[in-house]
Ligand binder design. Structure first.
Ligand code: PLP
Length: 391
């Protein structure tokens, strides 16, 4: 680790050059490694050094470059790269609990995160879901056997902002570990380690790839945790990132800071331009003064982020008319992409929840989630404003 600034680290940190001195990060598309002697193989299995690899399910030079780079950006000692964001979340949670343990989690969460909690309950782990924005709810749910407090720092899709430092103080007083799904903040607007998070998870499929090309995930934390329980769990259960995807993530990271800042500027421009439009019941953007956790968002992230939600007055019908009138913004379900994307959670990403469950987490039939890309901001404002007028 050096004292380089983020943009410099995003381009140079973690690079491992081979004897050829290649400029770009090399893809080591190999599952295995050759040992010069039987004794060398024995020694490596006993204890592998920093630049010694055994099998790509445990680690690979390209994957390790990505892990070193993201750990340097996030400010953690180490990181483990995973096949997807969900593999990372599953590893982060499952490696920390056993039957009889207890997890407190925010109820406003991505559906697959809630599913993992259900699976763990089936194996005897107890789970309490709370309104994540209320620190007294976290406090009230804590038990002596609570091992993890888990939440999305900005929730998908409702954009609730959860106080990392506040939850960490409550968790740490009980000896619980704080696991944060930090996708919506992105590593650019994350200061999660300083705010008390112990384990930080990203779906790299989103801003880190930035081009909507490859699935990936990563768990960031202390060396003891990452190379201890987490690596042990993931290397035996097969959740590792492929070297090819690590190479895509490394190239995506070079432009991460430039992209995310441009995306956040576009999100803010769109939110300000459309707030108060006659067709919108509520414009949800943490960067707007009208957002319930606006002050927290600015203190925690220093930005409103790259996502805007519009709750349209006319329900599903209005949402569909709006989506169908968009030209630049694409209808899809990824986010963090260079291309702007709009999603109707009720009929797509969150369709498996009951209407009541959706209501609890703020997903109304009129809700549209927009991930702003890096296109020209005035084009995006015009496209989205025009689609609102077409409702
Ligand atoms: C997309 C997403 C995930 C899952 O990541 P995958 O890479 O799709 O497995 C988890 N949490 C949040 C908040 C997400 O947006």
């Amino acid at each position: 680790m050096t004292d380089w600034k983020t943009r410099t680290k995003l381009v140079h940190e973690g690079i491992r050059r081979s004897q050829y001195g290649e400029m770009a990060e090399a893809i080591f598309l190999t599952q295995g490694f050759v040992y010069p002697t039987a004794e060398a193989a024995e020694a490596r299995f006993l204890s592998a050094g920093d630049d010694e690899f055994i099998y790509a399910r445990y680690g690979n030079p390209t994957t390790r470059m990505f892990e070193d780079r993201i750990a340097a950006i996030e400010g953690t000692e180490d990181a483990f790269a995973c096949a997807s964001g969900m593999a990372a979340i599953n590893g982060a949670l499952t490696s920390l609990v056993k039957a009889g343990d207890h997890i407190v989690a925010a109820r406003q969460m991505f559906g697959s995160c809630l599913h993992i909690l259900k699976v763990l309950q089936g194996f005897g782990v107890e789970v309490t879901l709370v309104d994540g924005t209320k620190l007294d709810a976290w406090q009230a749910a804590m038990r002596p056997e609570t091992k993890i407090c888990f939440f999305e720092s900005v929730s998908n899709p409702g954009l609730e902002v959860i106080d990392i430092a506040g939850v960490a103080a409550i968790a740490h007083a009980q000896g619980a570990v704080v696991v944060v799904d930090n996708v919506f903040s992105s590593p650019i607007y994350s200061n999660a380690v300083a705010q008390g998070a112990d384990v930080i998870v990203y779906s790299t499929t989103k801003h880190i790839d930035g081009g909507g090309r490859a699935l990936g995930g990563v768990v960031c934390g202390t060396k003891d945790y990452i190379r201890g329980p987490l690596e042990t769990y993931l290397k035996h259960t097969g959740g590792a990132m492929s070297p090819f995807h690590a190479w895509i993530m490394l190239s995506g990271m070079q432009t991460l800071d430039l992209r995310v800042r441009a995306q956040a500027a576009n999100a803010e421009a769109v939110a300000r331009a459309v707030e108060g439009h006659a067709q919108i019941a509520r414009t949800i953007y943490p960067g707007l003064a009208s957002h319930p956790q606006h002050a927290l968002a600015m203190a925690q992230m220093g930005s409103g982020g790259t996502m805007v939600c519009l709750d349209l007055k006319g329900g599903k019908e209005a949402a569909f008319r709006f989506l169908n009138a968009l030209e630049i913004v694409k209808i899809s379900n990824n986010l963090g992409d260079a291309k702007s994307i709009a999603t109707h959670p009720t009929t797509t990403t969150h369709k498996n929840l009951s209407e009541e469950e959706r209501a609890v987490i703020g997903i109304t039939p009129g809700l549209v989630r927009i991930s702003l890309g890096i296109e020209d901001g005035s084009d995006l404002v015009a496209d989205i404003s025009h689609a609102l007028d077409m409702i």
